[in-house]
Design a protein around this ligand. Structure first.
Ligand SMILES: [Zn+2]
Length: 344
């Protein structure tokens, strides 16, 4: 065996460090450079696949991870990462098949067993579900008693579809899957924070069964999640959370009174720069402020620049254009000036 190149080893080290530091783009480049020096090193392909996964380029991640496993069939981390790719691509049976192997390779790992069992429960449940198919949506639901609820959801989604697509001048390229859960199933499968009313991860997941008659709420929740689906079709990555959640929150309903009240009652409203990262770890109260501030900023953006310009901003970001440059080009104002204009 030839010694692996010292240059490749250095690149590998800096690449993993970059990945840990959240710099996936830099990590990806370092892994690529290392692979040209040491192409048969499975760990480098694992790293490349992990970076692509973080960047939400699932097809690239899959190719790199399969390459890692072809070189080192016993590389469990690559198999576990590949399972996550399959899960996110909506191929739950393949994700489970891979994770069963991972669990057999790591028999003592409670986290692995936990994830596998959760995925199996999701597959069992979806296997029992029925499907209502509309023009733009498919709704999965569990029993005959939920057929009425599914029809109601389809009506509500159709209204949201026309209203929101017209604002952006854009339409999702394919029909959007919705799954209706009980509250308990929803928490189990999505692991969402307690305050979450629904979730979108390629599938709109809504806790509905047992929710009772909450027509307005249902419209609001479904419109919010459909907005996420449309936004994702314009940009799969690189969106600051305030922009993604802010747009979805504005598009829920006509009134932002709740957001104005919330911000008025808050002494220190975080800046948009502080709201760029995930909201999922926030407490209920902090999350409310984060959503409210994001919604008001997004409304200002839509009012000033229009939906088509915002859609173009999303497309640019998804293609990897630098945020400040894309903002200036599409909104015709620097992001700094925009942020300053939000101060009361
Ligand atoms: Zn949301």
């Amino acid at each position: 065996m030839a010694q692996s190149s010292p240059k490749a080893a250095m690149l590998e080290q800096s690449a993993w460090a970059a990945l840990d530091a959240g710099k996936a783009q830099a990590a990806e480049q370092d892994f690529r450079d290392a692979i040209t020096l040491d192409p048969k090193n499975a760990r480098l392909h694992l790293g490349l696949g992990t970076a692509a996964f973080v960047l939400r380029r699932d097809a690239d991640a899959k190719t790199a991870l399969e390459q890692a496993l072809a070189l080192a069939p016993g590389l469990t981390r690559a198999r576990a990462q590949l399972a996550q790719v399959a899960k996110r691509q909506g191929d739950l049976p393949e994700a489970i098949r891979l994770y069963e192997v991972v669990a057999s390779e790591m028999p003592g790992d409670a986290g692995v067993r936990d994830t596998l069992e959760r995925w199996q429960r999701e597959a069992d449940l979806h296997g029992r579900m029925r499907l209502a198919v509309g023009d733009f949506f498919t709704v999965s639901f569990e029993g005959q008693e939920d057929a009425g609820m599914a029809a109601q959801a389809l009506d509500s989604l159709n209204r949201a579809y026309w209203r929101i697509c017209e604002i952006f001048g854009a339409f999702p390229p394919r029909s959007v899957p919705i799954v209706l859960y009980s509250g308990e199933q929803f928490r189990d499968i999505t692991r969402s924070p307690q305050w979450a009313a629904a979730a979108f991860d390629g599938i709109i997941r809504v806790p509905m069964r047992g929710a009772g008659e909450k027509g307005d709420d249902l419209d609001r929740v479904l419109a919010h999640e459909f907005a996420h689906a449309l936004i994702r079709s314009l940009a799969t990555r690189n969106l600051p959370t305030w922009l993604n959640e802010g747009l979805a929150s504005v598009l829920e309903s006509d009134s932002l009174g709740w957001a104005e009240d919330r911000v008025a009652k808050t002494a220190r409203v975080p800046s948009l720069t502080m709201l760029a990262g995930s909201f999922s770890k926030l407490s209920g109260a902090d999350a409310q402020v984060a959503y409210a501030a994001s919604a008001l900023a997004a409304r200002r953006l839509l009012d000033e620049a229009g939906g088509a310009a915002v859609a173009n901003l999303l497309r640019d970001l998804g293609e990897g254009v630098d945020f400040e440059a894309a903002f200036l080009h599409r909104i015709q104002k620097s992001f700094g000036d925009f942020q300053a204009s939000l101060q009361p």
